[in-house]
Design a protein around this ligand. Sequence first.
Ligand code: DON
Length: 582
Amino acid sequence: MEGLKMISQIKRLCCVFTFACVSFSGQAHEHPPGFAVASASTYATKAGMAILKQGGNAFDAAIAVTSVLAVTEPYHSGLGGGGVWLLYDAQKQKNILVDGRESAPGAASKSMYLDSQGKVISELSLFGPLASAIPGEPAAIAHIAKKYGKLPLYKTLAPAIQLAKSGFEVDEHYRSMILNKRVMQHIKGYPSTAKIFLVKDKIPKVGDLIVQQDLAYTLEQLAKFGRNGFYQGKVAEKLVSEVRKSGGIWSLGDLKNYKVIERAPLEGEYRGTKVITTPPPSAGGIALLTMLNVLDDYDLQDIKQAERTHLIVESMRLAYWDRSEFLGDPQFVKIPLKQLLSSAHAKRLRKHIKPDKATLSSELAQKENSFEDTSENTTHFSIIDQQGNRVAATLSINFLFGSSFVADGTGVLLHHQMDDFTVKPGEKNVFGLVGGEANQIAANKRPLSSMAPTFLINKERIAVLGTPGGSRIPTMLLLSTLAFVDEKGPLSFVSLPRFHHQYLPDVLQYESDAFNKRIRAKLTKMGYRLHKIRSDYGGPRLYYGDMQGLEWNRKNDTLLAASDPRNIGLAEVHYLLKTNNS
Ligand code: DON
C-alpha cells in the first residue's frame, strides 16, 4: 500500500489482553465480553482504558479521551473547539447525539468576512479569533459527565490535567502537523500560541516536552465548577478580553448562553444493517444515508470494480449536491429531512446516474469550481464498555491548529469553525465545499459540519466508528459501511483504500492504492477527472482520514478494535474473565 507503512503499523491496530473463557451458547450475547477504546492517540486510548478499569463507564472514558486529546493533539481538537458525541445508553436502550458544535457569537453577521465590495477577505474566517465561534467541547464534557457518567470530573479529567502539567513528548507526528508553512506563519504571529507550541519560534525537536500549565488550570476549573468553570468566572473573562484584544467579537453573554443540544440521531437501513448517525447541523449523517439510499437499488457485490466504483461515486456526487442546496443549522433553516431521506428522493436522484458515464456536476448546477487539496486533522474515538454503552465522537478545531490563536492565560487554542459556514454563497471553503444560503452566518447559529460518528448494527454485529477528514468524512464512512455489510471487520474497514467525490469540484479523488491502472483507465473513459490524493503537510502523504473502529460480535462474543494504519492511533481491547456463560 503506497504511503502506508502497513506492516510496521499493524501492531497498533489491535492489542488484545485476553483472559476470556468464551463459550458460545448459540444466542446473541447481551453484554460485550469486555471493553475497548480506539483513538488517534496512545495517550488518549490509555487514559480511556484506565478509566474503564477503574469502574468508569464508556461515558466517563469518553471524557478522559476527549480531554487527553485536547492536551496531546492540539492540532486536531480541544477545549477551544467542539464536536459531536454519539452515545448509546445501554440501560435506557437509547441513542443520543450530544451536539457540542460551536455557535456563532451574537455579533456575527452574514457579511462579516466580506469587504465593502462584497468580496471575501482572504483568511479572515481561518486565522485569528474572529474565525472562532463559541466553543462547545467544555460544555459537552460537563454535560456528559453530569447526565451519563458515573465518576466525578476530577477523576475523569485527571489524566488530561496531569499531561498538561507534566507535558507530552513531541514526536514526528507533532512535527509533521506544525510543518505546514501557512500554519507555522500564523502561530508565530501570536506569541501566546508560539510560546506553547514552538521553542524559540522553531519547531520543537522529537523528545521535547510541550507543557501547558494554563490549560491545566482551565481544565481544573472545569473539574471544580463544571461548565461554569469555563463559560463564567475567571476563565470566561480572560477568554473574552483576549479575544477582543486581538480583533474577535465574543461577549461574556455569548459564553454564558452557550448550550449543548441533545438531538435524536438519524436512523436508516441498508441491506439489513441499521445505520445510526449524526443529524444536522452535521451534513455527514444525511450524506451517508443518502448515498446508501441511492445505492440500495444495485447489487454492488455482483458488479465489477470499475462499474461499482462509478455507481458509488455518482451516489457521492448526488448526496453532496443535496448538501449544498438544502443543509444548515436546523434551528435556523427548515431542512426537508423526511423528503431528503425518502426512497422517493433516492429514486429521483438515481435518475441522474448514467449507466457507464460520469454525470457532470456542472450539468447538475451549471457551475464549476477549482480544486484545492487540504490536509486532514480533527479527531475521532470509539468506545464500548462491558454494559454495552457506546460512544462514537468526532471532535474538531477544524484545520491544523485551528485559528492559531491561544487566548493568553487560558491555554485554550481556539478553532476556526466559522469557515464551515458559507462565507459567501458560491464561494468554496477550506475543504473546497460550496455552500448555499441555508448555511450562511447568523448570530448564535451553528455551522454545517461533515462530522458523522456512526453505529452500524445487524443481527450479530455492532460497529462503532468515525473519522476526521472534513468533507471526505461521509464518503469514508460510506466505504466502511459497504465493507461492514460485506462482512468485513474493523481491521478491514478502517484501512481499506479510499476514494471521494463531493459534487464540486467535479473531481474523483483517490488514494493511490484505490484503483489500479486498468480501473483508472476505465474511469477516465467514463468521463471522470481523476485526482490522486496529496496533502500539504510537510511530506508527501498520499492518504487521508484517521478512522477508529470497534466491533462487538454478539454471536461469537468477540470484541475487535482497530485504529487507522495511516496514522499513529491506538486501539485496545480488554476482555474480562467470565465465570459462566453470558
Ligand atoms: O465539522 C466539519 O465538518 C469540519 N470542521 C471537520 C474538519 C475536519 O474533519 C478536518 N479534517 N480534515
